[in-house]
Design a protein around this ligand. Structure first.
Ligand code: GLC
Ligand code: CA
Length: 538
């Protein structure tokens, strides 16, 4: 029997390092700050942490513009601090996944400095250079995610370089085997240091059409929709070669035992799941954006998103779910407090691997960022699409700056006041934090929730959503009501319900309060009475 890989069913917790905890009073979170909070992470009950980039960087895209792939930016600490962080988390049974940004470096990276130095530079071909179009101007019509054409003219050498993101983030040329080998060495560097997994940034963008053909325009696009949908990105993303690169990265990760490869693939479900690989030799977990992008949020759209996604998964592939991350608005602001509680119930009970974004366990709402403080390159181009609202400091206690820092934080605290702190919420059984922690507790303890089979449970009212998770003789049901009145809960198919937990403090298994999500344990009539009981088992 082969052991089940650790990441199947594991609960991941995403930390944005700038915003978690500041240890040295400069207003910016850092690695020693995370070490100080290791006990909190263990107490919360997560299985692994995904750390956003902490590498040396000019910070134009807050670390997604890397100028040295195998170092730690002094803002965040040192390599020694990183090793201490890994040791501290491992000592608490928590795995560590790091971000890897292979599609582009910073324009300050020595590779790019060399590449742009002349047309004959040794590393010229490490980036994507092209001559101006026949009549002058950029080589094609590709657009940058941060606005404008994706090509920047380099007057000294008379060619353009490609930047899918900011002009200070030139795209590396993955068609060049030297680039691939250099990146493999970067992966080996971190894997040998003991990280348990890699989250690959923009995996689906690594390959580009070799002929650099123009993208077709999207004639369905309406003003108000994300500007990056103005083009159908047919030639600039999701190319067949991206799968070759995914297999290459996976093979390097597989040189080390028991590691996970997570891939960012912002694509519709049926194209995203292709990044598991035909032979399941690409990402273990191509990220599933369906819940983060779901609009409107309703039982119908949710059911369709869940069915579509689970229905398109290859056999044996592990599903994954998240409600938001550092690129989205806060889930609480998207849905409101009550619905955000229901959403956490779904996130942490759907089959597969959930990713929880730091601060969502407190129900933190979007920060209100004054326009003059916005420096996210996406916000600079499109202020209404600032990503900073979801990157505000973690809120620990009622000391200055919510206990995040002794100095003014780089972004203002989202909501001052005890209500929004770990210190307050951990004492309050009705808080979001207590709900999330109970959900994590039951996931860890109950094999039906962690690994059990999933089946939809029929409901009598379209405002409800329900499913079961079963493993051996254990079974739970998750029932959610989107109604704003009290509703009868679905009948237990076999036996009776016991309430394990409720997002609305409701212990009655027969009814659902407005916008309640609840986890019920099925007690079969045949099982010995008293054997199962509600509440936390030791
Ligand atoms: C990913 C990251 C995002 C970043 C972009 C460019 O989408 O999640 O934050 O800006 O890649 O690296
Ligand atoms: Ca700091």
């Amino acid at each position: 029997m082969t052991a089940r890989p650790w990441w199947r069913g594991a609960a991941l917790y995403q930390i944005y390092p700038r915003s978690f905890a500041d240890s040295n009073g400069d207003g910016i979170g850092d690695l020693p700050g995370i070490v100080r909070k290791a006990d909190y992470l263990q107490w919360l009950g997560i299985d692994a942490v995904w750390l956003g980039p902490f590498y040396p960087s000019p910070m134009v895209d807050f670390g997604y513009d890397v100028s040295d792939y195998t170092g730690v930016d002094p803002i965040f600490g040192s390599l020694g601090d990183f090793d201490e962080l890994v040791t501290a988390l491992h000592a608490r049974g928590i795995r560590v996944v790091v971000d890897f940004v292979p599609n582009h470096s910073s324009d300050r990276h020595p590779w790019f400095v060399e590449s742009r130095s002349s047309r004959t530079a040794r590393r010229r071909d490490w980036y994507v250079w092209a001559d101006p179009a026949a009549g002058g101007g950029p080589p094609n019509n590709w657009e940058s995610y941060f606005g404008g054409n994706a090509w920047e003219f380099d007057p000294a050498t008379g060619q353009y370089y490609l930047h899918t993101y900011h002009r200070t983030q030139p795209d590396l040329n993955w068609a060049n085997s030297e680039v691939r080998q250099a990146m493999a060495d970067v992966l080996r560097f971190w894997l040998a240091r003991g990280v348990d997994g890699i989250r690959v940034d923009v995996l689906w963008i690594l390959a580009k059409d070799p002929a650099l053909r123009d993208n077709p325009l999207n004639d369905q696009w309406q003003p108000g929709e994300p500007y990056w949908h103005r083009q159908v990105r047919r030639y600039s993303e999701d190319q067949p070669e991206a799968h070759t690169h995914a297999r290459f990265i996976r093979a390097v990760i597989d040189e080390f035992p028991d590691r996970v490869m997570i891939g960012e693939v912002v694509l519709p479900a049926e194209r995203a799941v292709a990044y598991y690989g035909v032979a399941q030799d690409e990402a273990h977990l191509p990220l599933n954006f369906s819940l983060a992008e779901l609009t409107p949020w309703s039982p119908q759209t949710l059911r369709a998103a869940i069915d579509d996604y689970l229905g398109s998964l290859p056999a044996g592939a592990e599903p994954n779910w998240f409600l938001g991350n550092h690129d989205f608005e806060r889930i609480t602001s998207r849905l409101g407090q009550r619905m955000a509680r229901l959403a956490q119930v779904l996130l942490l009970t759907l089959p597969g691997t959930p990713l929880l974004y730091y601060g969502d366990e407190l129900g933190l709402p979007n920060g209100r960022i004054p326009v003059d403080l916005m420096s996210d390159p996406q916000a600079v181009a499109f202020p209404e699409r600032s990503r900073e609202a979801a990157r505000t400091p973690m809120q620990w206690d009622t000391t200055a700056h919510a206990g995040f820092s002794t100095a003014t934080p780089w972004l203002p605290v989202s909501r001052p006041g005890a209500k929004w702190t770990v210190g307050q919420q951990h004492k309050d059984p009705a808080s979001m934090l207590s709900l999330v922690r109970s959900l994590l507790y039951y996931r860890a303890k109950n094999p039906a929730l962690r690994d059990g089979n999933y089946a939809p449970l029929p409901v009598t009212d379209p405002r409800m959503l329900a499913f079961t998770r079963t493993s051996g003789d254990r079974g739970v049901a998750v029932v959610a009501s989107f109604a704003d009145e009290v509703m009868p809960a679905p009948a237990c198919p076999d036996g009776q319900w016991t309430v394990l937990l409720s997002s609305a403090a409701n212990n009655d298994p027969q009814i659902l309060k407005p916008m309640e999500g609840k986890v019920l344990e099925m007690t079969r009539h045949t099982s010995a009475a008293g054997e199962r009981q509600a509440g936390i088992r030791s």
